[in-house]
Design a binder for this molecule. Structure first.
Ligand SMILES: C[S@@+](CC[C@H](N)C(=O)[O-])C[C@H]1O[C@@H](n2cnc3c(N)ncnc32)[C@H](O)[C@@H]1O
Length: 269
């Protein structure tokens, strides 16, 4: 179960019992994730300080980027919208989960604008910052659809009303929300779609789950397709995937804007 649920024995058990009663399958699926954390370790990544320039090289996009203005405007609109709704924004605002960082949001924007994907898949919505960036960029492209696999916080049901709060109604015609954990929903979705052009992992950041999602999507990732993988510093999932991929993928490790985390980029060669 997530770290917040791990605080304090009695409280932890009560919350797990409640989650179990609400959705036994999803609650039980946390147990192997918890067990696998035992083998997790942080990785000494080589972080690319010029990640944004190098992302554009990887995407075959111009640098300096003409899309920066659009991405910054979108960020300001998201922050203003969350404030107007009285919602805290940033780190640890959705239980122990955080809203997407500004650097990841910019990477999503640029990946969508520069590669004009038909099929975009993400995991982990929370209040929907990545969702909003992807959908706005798809709307500007006038092309493409986003599928979002999301298990609303299983141990804090009061947060469920905030799911997708950053996503306005006008953007939702290009959006399919797929409720449930990625372990349950991603295999069927990727099989059905048959091809993914852009994938964003931002769900449960364990090595086991990150690796599972990357392996599943890699099976159908289009040539030149891109994966953006958030929160890779605390576990070995991304690093091991990249090592196993060898020459089949180009990768970058990028710092978050607030310096607290790292996200990874993959481009299938
Ligand atoms: C870090 S937050 C997502 C932040 C979001 N992408 C954004 O742009 O602000 C993680 C989200 O993944 C959800 N989640 C947790 N475990 C999951 C799983 N196994 N599969 C899918 N979603 C999961 C959480 O409930 C939460 O909504």
């Amino acid at each position: 179960m997530p770290r917040t649920a791990a605080h304090g024995g009695g409280h932890r058990v009560t919350r797990f019992a409640r989650a179990l009663a609400a959705d036994p399958v999803e609650a039980l699926s946390y147990l192997p994730e918890e067990a696998a954390r035992h083998w997790e370790h942080p990785v000494d990544h080589t972080v690319d300080p010029a990640w944004e320039r190098d992302l554009h090289r990887l995407l075959g996009a111009p640098w300096p980027c003409p899309e920066r203005v659009g991405a910054d405007r979108e960020w300001d609109a998201v922050v203003a919208g969350m404030r107007a709704r009285g919602l805290a924004f940033g780190r640890h605002t959705y239980g122990h989960y955080s809203d997407a960082d500004r650097s990841l949001a910019r990477a999503v924007w640029c990946a969508v604008r520069h590669t004009t994907p038909d099929v975009v898949v993400e995991t982990g919505v929370a209040r929907g910052v990545v969702t909003r960036f992807a959908l706005t960029a798809l709307a500007v492209n006038g092309n493409g659809h986003l599928w979002s696999v999301d298990l609303p916080h299983p141990f804090e049901p009061a947060l469920h009303a905030q799911t997708g709060a950053a996503v306005p109604g006008r953007l939702r015609d290009r959006w399919s929300y797929v409720p449930g954990s990625s372990r349950r929903r991603l295999p069927g979705l990727t099989r059905r779609l048959g091809r993914v052009d852009l994938f964003v992992h931002d769900s449960l950041h364990t090595a086991r789950n990150t690796r599972f999602e990357m392996d599943r999507v890699a099976r159908v990732l289009a040539p030149g397709g891109v994966m953006l993988v958030d929160d890779i510093s605390t576990h070995q999932g991304f690093a091991e995937w990249a090592e196993d991929a060898g020459g089949a993928a180009e990768t970058l490790v990028c710092p978050s804007a607030d310096g607290e985390g790292l996200f990874g980029v993959v481009r299938r060669v």
